[in-house]
Write a protein that binds this ligand. Sequence first.
Ligand SMILES: [Zn+2]
Ligand SMILES: [Zn+2]
Length: 250
Amino acid sequence: MELLVVGSGAAYPDRPGTASSTYVVTHGGERICLDLGQGGFAGLAGRFEPSALLAVVVSHLHPDHFIDLVALRHYLRYEFDPPRRVRVVAPAGLAGRLDALLAEPGFAAASLDAEARAEGVIQVGPFMLESRLVTHTDESYAVRISLAAEPASPGLVYSGDCGRADDLAPLVRPGDTLLIEVAFGAGPVPVGDLHLDGPAVGALAAATAPARVLLTHLQMGRDPAATMAAVQARYPGPVELVADGDAFAA
Ligand SMILES: [Zn+2]
Ligand SMILES: [Zn+2]
């Protein structure tokens, strides 16, 4: 599998050119997209044919994780005759959110095949996706992705947004790549904010032994070096803060 970071930003990135929460996993020319935040669509369309995505898998219904489904929907509807369609696996209510934004009932359904996400395992093309609820919104998921043909091989765990690191522990197997939000940098996380910080990520990684930790979703104004140090103080393996355009074998 290959992981491409299309968008690494949080709710309001301040690094010019940074998109939010958009990650593509590829194997054998087949692709899924994990989240599609603001600016993410251009990062897809500039690299490959978005209509060929096997699915867009949405972690939760905060706009920095799904709002560019509007751009994808327009693209599928207006670039092709007949319009093309893409499967979207998302928490309940996604289509209603998109329809309300446009004040247009049926807007999403015109080109997006939305299906309800749930805990458990589904297969999408060559990928096995194990979803697990995490503490964030009423319905937020983390996911572990592995290859159906190689179930014993290392996987990729993506946290989505997560307010409790322990929620992720059942998904992470030794040797996996852990792509994890670190919204509050070196910490601490303000009381009531359901996100992670470096100490929480480091402790989780120390307990679950991924092969490496890829940090993402760092909020504006948080210091990258201090964030890395907070993780590395607890976890001895490789740690990286990802940026848009980074690619990894996973
Ligand atoms: Zn977010
Ligand atoms: Zn969120």
